[in-house]
Design a protein around this ligand. Structure first.
Ligand code: DX5
Ligand code: ZN
Length: 223
């Protein structure tokens, strides 16, 4: 099932409730929350208080992408704030198995994220533990970057592995996924499509719903 996980990083933070409504009307079914700490990535965004503030606005799953060091320390706070899915970077976790287990123990769906320069093989020991694998198709830290084409082969590789290993993790892709790149990632096997700047246009809130609808139309046409 193809789903749009719209990234609120590109939304108008002063009107987050309206922005979420518009993306949902356009067909978005997952709220993607980009958490950055200024250490793991060169940018700072938001944390559990923002997750808590948006929790009552929607019944849709809140998909928290943690681009932070020491994620274990914050997992209880994300659970208490109402997160449904939490993804951690393989590059940020010294004891990845423990961290994924901690997410599951807090009643959330664990995901693992992989940066463009990390070999897919680095995930082999944890694939059976995760609900989803998030393939970064840009270097994390900012919205609006250019899609890295090698990501397509990495997604296809994860789909092959899933089949070979008899697993059922979902494949998510994040970064530069837009109307012109989405078909290639869907063809390769991505099912949870993160998009920020392709959905939210600064100063043009009336476009959000249409952007989401068109994005999903192009994505579903590629299956
Ligand atoms: C980047 C974030 C992404 C970002 C995507 O570090 O993880 O979720 O918001 O933004 P776009 O869709 O604009 O590349
Ligand atoms: Zn993200």
């Amino acid at each position: 099932m193809i789903e749009l996980a719209f990234s609120i990083l590109s939304a108008d933070f002063a009107h987050l409730a309206d922005e979420i409504d518009r993306a949902v009307h356009g067909g978005g079914t997952i709220v993607h929350v980009d958490v950055m700490d200024g250490h793991f990535v060169p940018n700072i965004t938001f944390g559990p208080p923002v997750v808590k503030a948006i929790r009552p606005l929607t019944k849709l799953p809140l998909d928290c992408h943690l681009m932070i060091e020491n994620p274990d320390e914050y997992i209880p706070a994300f659970a208490a704030a109402g997160a449904d899915m939490v993804s951690v970077h393989v590059e940020a976790c010294r004891h990845l198995n423990r961290t994924l287990q901690l997410i599951a123990d807090h009643g959330m769906l664990p995901g693992v994220v992989i940066n463009p320069a990390t070999p897919v093989e680095a995930l082999s020991e944890v694939l059976s533990m995760v609900h989803h694998v998030l393939v970064m198709s840009v270097n994390p830290g900012f919205g609006g970057q250019k899609f890295l084409p090698r990501s397509v082969e990495r997604i296809a590789h994860l789909r092959r592995l899933r089949h070979e290993l008899g697993l059922n993790y979902r494949i998510e892709v994040d970064g530069g996924v837009a109307h012109d790149t989405v078909a290639s990632v869907v063809e390769a096997g991505a099912e949870m499509l993160v998009a920020g700047s392709a959905i939210f246009a600064p100063g043009q809130p009336q476009k959000t719903e249409e952007n989401a609808r068109e994005f999903l139309r192009v994505a579903r046409a590629a299956i």
